[in-house]
Write a protein that binds this ligand. Structure first.
Ligand code: DP6
Length: 315
């Protein structure tokens, strides 16, 4: 391996969620999902081969302990490409995700790492293959290899070679994603163990694959015809349906904080008053608002601390 360049991959927000695996080793999903990538917000990663007997993982300028969960996942990913005990790396990752935004960084982190591995081992992979690689690090990372709207085709094969992201040709200038951070004093269960628990214990989960498939169709249509109401409604309904399966798990998985619910109620009220705004949520207490550029000023008045991203620019 050689020293890689610094590679960037964007964060992504799912409008139709990935929740549940049919293969936990390969991160093969139960359902297809669809996301929008967050432009310049994401991870920058570089790999430097080193002579030590272990990897050195740096995140935002701090060296992580080898025992940290993130370090272990990165080293396990690198193990896929090297002979046992051979060639270690200094992995430097810098996230351009404002920590205040409360976004997870594993999707962009593993996508950027896959790009760096391709460079360092000179694998010459195409984007589809890179997406398959990124998926081995974290499922949602397979969507972060691309910009814009990305569908993760679940695939059928047992080896997972047909389970990867595919970019949709449409753009949506003026689409806005607003990040609302809800303070979480309680550490929540990570998505990996959360989805495992849901699959194993929630009878309600049986209805999820059908719901997700229907939502995916609607989202594709919304994106093709540029129907914002359909996009927002479908994304919000999909997120709440996923949370219903989480709550129906045992022990129950409730990612919401009281402020999360207060924020949802505020959005439902604003919508009743005629403001077109919807939200989505992942495995945590934060909300991600979906709205169009015309509503930006009005929404900033209601949510002054919101961080706004325009995935396709603002023209
Ligand atoms: C709720 O991709 O973090 O954000 O494959 O175990 O690494 P692993 O899980 P991860 O799960 C993301 C779940 C989600 C929905 C989504 O992004 O589609």
């Amino acid at each position: 391996p050689v020293t890689s360049e610094e590679h960037f991959a964007p964060s992504n927000i799912a409008l139709c969620k990935y929740w549940g695996k049919r293969d936990t080793q390969l991160n093969l999903p139960v359902n297809a999902s669809l996301s929008v990538s967050l432009g310049y917000l994401g991870s920058h990663t570089r790999l430097v081969p080193i002579d030590y007997s272990a990897d050195e993982i740096w995140l935002n300028g701090d060296r992580l302990l080898p025992s940290a969960a993130f370090s272990q996942r990165i080293s396990a990913f690198l193990d896929l490409f090297r002979a046992p005990g051979q060639c270690h790396f200094r992995v430097t990752t810098r996230n351009s995700i404002p920590t205040a935004a409360g976004l997870a960084s594993s999707a962009s982190g593993f996508a950027a790492l896959a790009l760096a591995v391709n460079d360092s081992f000179q694998l010459g992979l195409n984007t589809e293959q890179l997406s398959v690689l990124a998926r081995l690090g974290s499922g949602s990372a397979c969507r972060s290899v691309f910009k814009g709207f990305v569908e993760w085709q679940m695939g059928q094969r047992e080896d997972g070679l047909d389970s990867h992201g595919v970019v949709l040709p449409e753009t949506w200038p003026g689409l806005c994603v607003g990040l609302i951070k809800v303070d979480a004093s309680v550490k929540s269960t990570d998505s990996r163990s959360g989805m495992k628990r849901t699959v194993e214990t929630a009878h309600l989960y049986q209805s999820w694959p059908l719901q997700a498939a229907a939502d995916l169709q609607q989202l594709r249509r919304a994106i093709t015809v540029g129907d914002f109401t359909l996009l927002g409604q479908t994304a919000e309904h999909n997120a709440l349906s996923m949370h219903a399966t989480m709550i129906a798990s045992w022990p129950p998985l409730v990612y919401w904080q009281p402020e999360s619910l207060a924020c949802m109620q505020k959005i439902w009220r604003l919508r009743q008053e005629g403001l077109p705004v919807y939200f989505t949520m992942d495995a945590g207490p934060n909300l991600k608002l979906l709205f169009e550029r015309d509503q930006l000023e009005e929404l900033m008045r209601h949510f002054p601390d919101m961080e706004v991203i325009q995935p396709f620019g603002d023209d």
